[in-house]
Design a binder for this molecule. Structure first.
Ligand SMILES: Nc1ncnc2c1ncn2[C@@H]1O[C@H](COP(=O)(O)OP(=O)(O)OP(=O)(O)O)[C@@H](O)[C@H]1O
Length: 763
């Protein structure tokens, strides 16, 4: 099993792992990101940087527990940075804890640095240069997988960890098991390498060990100290510090010596590796560690402590002498340990794209010119070109480009709104009968103008408040025109962005702007021979106003990004509810376009100024709603009609259409009643009833008038509900049948009348 696993369900594709990976070893899949282990150097960046903790170390605790439960000795080796993690307890208490877990011996890994020291000193003193240290497994992986050219420069000696493993197995026999505990993730990868396999059986992180103590209920601080086993290290304890190599390996190093280069941390290391690969530098020794701060900064470090503090903890431990119990077989110089190591190229080369491949991918994400390459790094790659290469190599996907995806979303949104608008209008038309209803003088005047201007080619400007019927009028003009066998194209100028509107109207050439992948015809061309209706024309930008003026003057359109103009024969009808004269005065509407549009103006009167038509319009919409809802509604109660007439209709006819449809949904019988209208209507009606009180008449007389009116209505209501059956109606009213007959007589109501509509309409 690979040392790092991805929990697919937790990955949210934030691309942080992609951004943090120094060698592009992360592949973006449909639902998650995946590590490409052939390219991975085990630096652990993806682990430390994943906000969802979707990348985690593979479980090695279970196998450790199994080893501890089996026969034979299991040795724990504490990496040389252990004082920086378990800093709250004495080293001897940590040893005691490990022994309680079942480890037979506990050693300090720092001794491994001393084991390899002599070979390092010897080899790096030799003439061949440069010598690149191989004590950091991430550096070894980096060179083997990505810079094979530098393989001959790697010092052919194993890491201190592997040296320690081999030393222990030499001393205790091959059946002994060695568990190495450190903050290093690359070490986990190292144990699986062919060249080093067998030396160490399991690598645990300090955190994993901490978890084992917790699960076993072991509190280190309460334990009595126990001595370490093996050999007490000296300078090896300084190995985990940056530049600690020189002290640990006894290599003299002067900070001003240009023959020696030492670097820790991804950025510094990558810079030096690139310099070495390019042959720009050739020092005698390049001492490199991939983690910042050296081995005390490994991915599994104690993040609560600063580097300075961690460094001091290591130095304090180096200065102190801790209890040791050294068995005789560890005494003397271990000469037999095999410390040589070979390296092999594991270079996993990915197919390189051609310049044309890169260009195509860049264009697919709207990058046509250098200026379009933002290099914003949102995708995780340093440059748009690097990202394009990754797309080609199957590591990245197109949607990872954030500016492109946002633009796509915005455009899709605009298109959807436009489509929705068109569909809504289609629906209106489906359930509407295109006829302009109204018997008032103003509506009749509008009808007259439509009939006059319809058959001419004249541009028409329709003005009026929202919902007064501007679009309906435009459609009527087209119907009366000689072009009525050709299309009427409707465009709402406010639903899409200005740039998109320009290309929608006039079309565009391929590559005219970012996103113009193919040539597209505009709506003016689509309306050729017919009519174009530009709704909300008062909202278009001055640039578009100028272009529109050109179309009106020259009768030709010029696609965005194109130079050649195309002749079109389109009649323009425009509509607005904005004050264009004010626009001209204030400068937001071109005067020349204003005059060009204002040739023939039809002003739609607001509904409140044509109240005579309210009842007929209400009945018209009632019929439409009945058909749409498949309900048989035959009338509107008089009280409701009165309320409709008195209402000021700020949303004009569209509002009325909605009010009637809503009431049709609410009513339970075949009549729309005042109660079915929105509250504002019934409140207005009540106020008006009070207003009709005759204050000059006596209280008694006025009360009698209203009581009589109400009584009659109630009798009518019960009779209707009982379908004209008096016995039933009396039961509903909870009064004797005889009394009900008396009331029928009083109000001159007849049994049979109860079934007729006029009974309800009667006041
Ligand atoms: N006189 C009328 N007779 C019948 N239906 C009408 C009349 N006037 C408007 N309508 C209906 O009212 C609704 C709104 O009309 P329309 O869309 O034409 O108004 P508009 O002024 O263009 O609105 P907006 O300014 O909000 O775009 C439509 O369903 C239309 O069919």
């Amino acid at each position: 099993m690979e040392p790092i696993v991805t929990i697919k369900e937790s990955c949210r594709k934030c691309y942080r792992c992609v951004r943090s990976c120094p060698v592009k070893a992360i592949k973006v899949e449909q639902s998650h990101t995946e590590i490409i282990f052939d390219r991975c150097i085990g630096c652990g960046n993806c682990l430390s940087n994943c906000p969802q903790q979707a990348k985690v170390v593979a479980d090695k605790v279970t196998v450790t527990e199994e080893l501890l439960g089996a026969e034979g000795v299991v040795v724990a080796v504490l990496g040389s940075s252990f004082p920086t993690y378990f800093h709250n307890v004495a080293p001897g208490q940590l040893v005691a804890g490990l022994k309680q877990l079942g480890f037979g011996e506990v050693h300090e890994g720092a001794y491994g640095a001393e084991l390899v020291a002599a070979d390092y000193a010897l080899i790096t003193a030799a003439g061949d240069r440069p010598h690149i240290t191989s004590h950091c497994p991430a550096i070894v992986d980096l060179i083997e997988r990505h810079y094979p050219k530098l393989l001959p420069s790697l010092v052919p000696v194993v890491t201190p960890m592997v040296a320690m493993g081999r030393f222990l197995k030499d001393a205790l026999g091959p059946r002994a098991r060695v568990v190495y505990i450190s903050s290093c993730i690359a070490a986990k990868f190292e144990t699986q390498m062919k060249e080093t396999r067998g030396a160490i059986d399991v690598v645990l992180t300090y955190k994993e060990l901490e978890g084992v103590f917790r699960s076993r209920g072991i509190t280190l601080s309460t334990l009595a100290e126990e001595p370490f086993d093996g050999v007490q290290p000296g300078n090896g304890r300084l190995f985990p510090l940056s530049e600690g190599t020189f002290r640990a390996f006894s290599i003299p190093a002067d900070p001003f010596d240009t023959e020696i280069v030492a670097a820790c941390g991804e950025v510094n290391v990558m810079g030096i590796i690139n310099d070495l690969a390019a042959g720009r530098i050739s020092p005698r020794i390049a001492d490199l560690r991939f983690c910042y701060d050296g081995c005390i900064g490994g991915p599994g470090r104690n993040r609560a402590l600063t580097e300075f503090y961690r460094r001091n903890l290591v130095i304090n431990h180096y200065r102190k002498s801790v209890p040791y119990r050294t068995a005789p077989h560890y005494e003397g110089t271990p000469e037999t340990v095999a410390l040589q190591r070979t390296f092999a190229s594991k270079h996993a080369r990915l197919e390189a794209p051609t310049a044309n491949d890169v260009k195509k991918i860049l264009q697919a994400t709207n990058k046509y010119a250098i200026k379009d390459e933002l290099n914003c790094r949102a995708c995780g790659y340093r440059t748009c070109r690097e990202y394009a290469v990754a797309v080609f190599q199957g590591l990245a996907e197109i949607e990872m480009c954030l500016p492109y995806t946002l633009q796509q979303l915005e455009e899709d949104r605009g298109r959807l709104i436009q489509k929705y608008e068109l569909a809504r209008r289609e629906l209106d038309r489906e359930y509407g009968d295109e006829f302009i209803v109204g018997s008032d003088r103003k509506t009749l005047e509008v009808l007259g103008l439509i009939k006059q201007v319809g058959p001419t080619p004249t541009t028409v400007l329709i003005r009026g408040e929202s919902g007064t019927g501007k679009e309906l009028t435009a459609r009527a003009i087209h119907r009366y025109s000689k072009r009525n066998d050709k299309p009427l194209v409707t465009v709402n100028c406010t639903t899409i962005t200005d740039s998109l509107l320009e290309s929608e109207l006039f079309g565009h050439k391929r590559g005219a702007f970012t996103g113009a992948i193919a040539e597209k015809k505009g709506l003016f061309e689509a309306a050729d021979g017919g009519t174009i209706f530009l709704d909300e024309i008062g909202d278009i930008t001055p640039k578009l106003q100028a272009e529109l003026l050109r179309v009106l003057d020259m009768g030709e359109v010029r696609p965005v990004g194109g130079t050649a103009a195309k002749k079109v024969d389109v009649r323009l009808i425009a509509a607005t509810n904005r004050n264009l004269e004010e626009g001209v005065r204030e400068g937001w509407f071109r005067e020349d376009l204003y005059y060009r549009l204002n040739v023939f103006t039809i002003t739609m009167p607001p509904l409140r100024s044509r109240v005579e038509s309210v009842p007929i319009l209400a009945l018209h919409f009632l019929e439409k709603a009945s058909t749409k809802l498949n309900k048989k509604i035959v009338a509107i109660e008089e009280r409701a009609i009165k309320a409709l007439v008195q209402y000021p209709w700020p949303g004009n006819i569209r509002e009325m259409q909605n009010v009637i449809e809503r009431a049709s949904v609410l009513t339970h019988d075949d009549v729309i009643r005042l109660e079915n209208l929105p509250r504002a209507f019934s409140e207005r009606h009540e106020n008006d009833s009070l207003a009709t009180l005759d204050t000059r008449s006596s209280f008694r007389a006025e009360r009698e008038r209203h009581v009589v009116k109400l009584e009659k209505k109630l009798v009518q209501r019960f009779l209707t509900e009982a379908n004209g059956n008096v016995t039933q109606a009396a039961k509903l009213a909870n009064i004797p049948r005889r009394t009900f007959y008396r009331l029928l007589d009083k109000y001159r109501l007849k049994e049979r009348d109860a079934k007729g509509r006029h009974l309800i309409d009667e006041e």
